[in-house]
Design a protein around this ligand. Structure first.
Ligand SMILES: Nc1ncnc2c1ncn2[C@@H]1O[C@H](COP(=O)(O)OP(=O)(O)OP(=O)(O)O)[C@@H](O)[C@H]1O
Ligand SMILES: [Mg+2]
Length: 347
């Protein structure tokens, strides 16, 4: 179990300080796929960086810490303070636009074995890497290539290979597939899921695609304007969301072959520099009242395991009735069968 305790993560800019993650408290169980969604700029990548422990200028931690729930080789609990030493072995990160994060002038094989965990045994590790790479649908020669000699999909598979090779307990994947075409996207996701099933680790997946989340995650975290607004089991969250923002995100989900009108998401999130008083979602919320514009709702456990930061969480299911044109969830597979079929058909 990973515990986040009141995380406030701050960027220092020329204009001043701005909190891109603002008071996030959370417990993430082991061995699940957890999805993170929310519009651009709501702090998803910043939260990933904090959990990875990649905190350095201009990003700093103004409050809180992460407790990873295990001890290191010296018997010390692993926290934000010392997580860096566990990179690759216990936690790995596939950053947003990670395809361009491979070093262009270093062969893949050298990038693979060039981190602290392999010190003194590079040859041995390289032999293991050569055996591992074909399992990920990569030709064995890929390991000897320079990044530019590989396609985007292959480079992304290399990133997945690097992030999974040491079988870390936690894999953070920040939109690992956005730059790729749809078939490659799906096959990369399946690859990650296969590895997760085999290794039983925790994956935290950032994606804008609520359909992908519905298909592959067990828990969902919805962020809005640097805060968590809803956190619940994926089934519950999709069937009966307890935050109007979640409902609107789900309703804006396009379903293939469904030509009914979509309730998109009118308006845009507030600037981090000009946060409204009270609930940050109130200016866009169909349920908002004077109370919402005055008092910020805390994230509360409204039902067992169901967290929502809304004064009117109990009214959200009714709102769902009035907004009729939601996607027909029954048309989206709630497992990976559809993904697998799509990939097999299209390849
Ligand atoms: N290096 C930086 N310096 C200053 N502000 C930053 C920096 N990186 C991000 N921010 C700001 O922090 C906020 C959160 O950014 P973040 O990248 O975490 O959002 P995100 O949810 O990942 O968005 P996206 O979906 O576009 O990837 C944004 O308002 C962004 O402008
Ligand atoms: Mg991001």
């Amino acid at each position: 179990m990973i515990r986040l305790d009141n995380i406030v993560a701050t960027y220092t800019t020329q204009r001043g300080h701005v909190n891109a993650v603002d008071g996030v408290t959370l417990e993430i169980p082991d061995s699940i796929v957890m999805g993170i969604a929310g519009e651009s700029g709501c702090g998803k990548s910043t939260l990933m960086k904090v959990i990875y422990g990649d905190i350095g200028f201009p990003l700093s931690l103004s409050s809180g810490m992460v407790d990873y729930g295990f001890v290191n080789e010296r018997g010390e609990p692993v926290t934000t303070e010392n997580i860096r030493r566990e990179w690759f072995r216990h936690i790995s990160y596939i950053p947003q636009s990670s395809m361009s994060s491979l070093n262009p002038v270093v062969r893949i094989r050298d990038q693979f074995v060039d981190f602290p965990a392999t010190a003194g045994r590079k040859k041995e590790v390289l032999a293991q890497v050569r055996a591992f790479v074909p399992k990920l649908g990569l030709p064995p020669e890929a390991i000897d290539a320079y990044p530019h000699q590989l396609s985007g999909g292959m480079r992304q598979r290399i990133m997945v290979a690097m992030a999974t090779f040491f079988q870390p307990e936690v894999i953070l994947a920040d939109e690992p597939t956005t730059a790729l075409d749809v078939v490659v996207q799906k096959s990369i996701l399946l690859l990650l899921l296969d590895l997760q099933k085999e290794m039983g680790n925790t994956i935290m997946l950032v994606s804008h695609d609520m359909g992908v989340h519905y298909q592959i995650t067990q828990k969902m975290l919805i962020m809005y304007a640097a805060k968590v607004v809803e956190y619940a089991d994926t089934d519950d969250l999709f069937q009966r969301p307890l935050h109007p923002y979640t409902l609107m995100l789900i309703n804006s989900l396009p379903t293939i072959g469904d030509d009914r009108a979509r309730h998109g998401l009118p308006g845009s999130p507030p600037s981090l520099w000009e946060m409204p008083q009270g609930c940050r979602f109130a200016p866009r919320c169909p349920l908002a009242t004077a109370l919402c514009r005055k008092e910020e709702p805390p994230l509360l456990e409204h039902e067992r395991g169901r967290f929502s930061a809304c004064h009117y969480a109990a009214s959200v299911p009714e709102l769902k009735q009035t907004l009729q044109a939601g996607p027909r969830l029954s048309e989206i597979a709630h497992d990976t069968a559809q993904l697998t079929a799509d990939v097999e058909r299209d390849v």
